[in-house]
Ligand binder design. Structure first.
Ligand code: NAP
Length: 283
């Protein structure tokens, strides 16, 4: 079996076209969806991420503002900026790029963002909404994974999904989303005794660890769907995921590549969340 590739670039393009059309419809009513991206410090990876986010907004007709601050910005000043953005009617989504410098309490900053503008979905209110099945913003990376499953018409009811990783931004929300769609879910982590015994039972595997070759072909049931969230570098310095793609593609029914899989979907879902924030906002 050679797995069908779930192409994150192609799916993103389709979803971004839909976002652009909905943004246009909102503009016709006098509302331009707006995202504020806040970057503190000069982390090179963060600079690339924020540039990509701002560009993606502009390409889809969303208004975006990039606020850059020196690494020695105080926590109080950052909290004041977040509060100003909370009160700015032209801004519907606020994203504070992580990681923040060590002297700033990142959780405190996230909790300062209005839940109505929490388009990253990291606020405790967003996490609570996801857990209880209430409306709220879903974290972009696992949300993108759900869209990828939807794009292949995959019905999770009765299926066993194994999520490898339990971070607050990927693994845990991923598990809750799969559960909400009626999968039976197992969450694995660094303390899992026999990862292979778990993954071999899975109809769907989401790898979100940050280590190369965490999932190899011998760990995958034939016909399983494999989503690779990981972002690592191989020996040649090239971007790769957590999954041994070349081996697993011969066992799985569907697989996401790295690059060109979950990565582009993450930014796309940020646009979707920002658009929805603007659609929900009182005019
Ligand atoms: P994280 O916070 O470091 O979490 C990693 C998780 O993997 C932890 O729960 C850890 O378990 C678990 N783990 C570590 N070693 C393991 C092992 N040998 N077997 C099973 N589980 C193991 O990372 P994250 O933020 O969730 O990100 C995960 C990966 O996704 C990273 O490569 C990151 O760069 C990537 N990522 C990609 C995107 C995208 O847009 N494509 C977005 C976000 C993240 P413990 O909890 O027990 O420590």
């Amino acid at each position: 079996m050679t797995a069908q590739i779930i192409d994150g670039n192609a799916l993103s393009k389709q979803l971004r076209t839909e976002v652009a059309a909905r943004a246009q419809a909102l503009k016709a009513k006098g509302v331009t969806p707006g995202l504020a991206v806040v970057l503190v410090g000069d982390n090179p990876a963060s600079q690339v991420y924020v540039r990509n986010k701002v560009k993606a907004c502009e390409d889809s007709g969303l208004h975006s503002v990039l606020e850059k601050y020196e690494a020695d910005m105080t926590e109080a000043d950052l909290l004041a900026r977040v509060e100003a953005l909370n009160n700015d009617p032209s801004i519907h989504g606020i994203l504070v790029q992580l990681p923040l410098p060590a002297h700033i309490d990142a959780q405190k900053v996230i909790e300062a963002i209005s839940p109505a503008k929490d388009v990253d979905g990291f606020h405790i209110a967003s996490a609570g909404a996801l857990m209880t099945g209430m409306p709220g913003f879903w974290p972009c990376t696992p949300y993108g994974c759900m869209k990828m499953l939807e794009s292949i018409g995959y019905d999770l009811k009765g299926k066993h999904a194994v999520v490898i990783g339990r971070s607050n931004i990927v693994g845990k929300p991923m598990a809750l989303m799969l559960l909400q769609k009626n999968a039976t879910v197992t969450i694995c982590h660094s303390g899992t005794a026999d990862l292979k015994a778990m993954t071999l039972q899975a109809d769907v595997i989401v790898a979100a660890v940050g280590k190369r070759n965490v999932l190899t072909a011998d760990m995958v049931k034939p016909g399983a769907v494999v989503l690779d969230v990981g972002m690592n570098r191989n020996d040649e310095g090239k971007l790769c995921g957590d999954v041994d793609f070349d081996g697993v593609k011969d066992v799985a029914s569907h697989i996401t590549p790295v690059p060109g899989g979950v990565g582009p979907m993450t930014i796309t879902m940020l646009l979707v969340n920002t658009l929805e924030a603007a659609e929900r906002a009182p005019n």
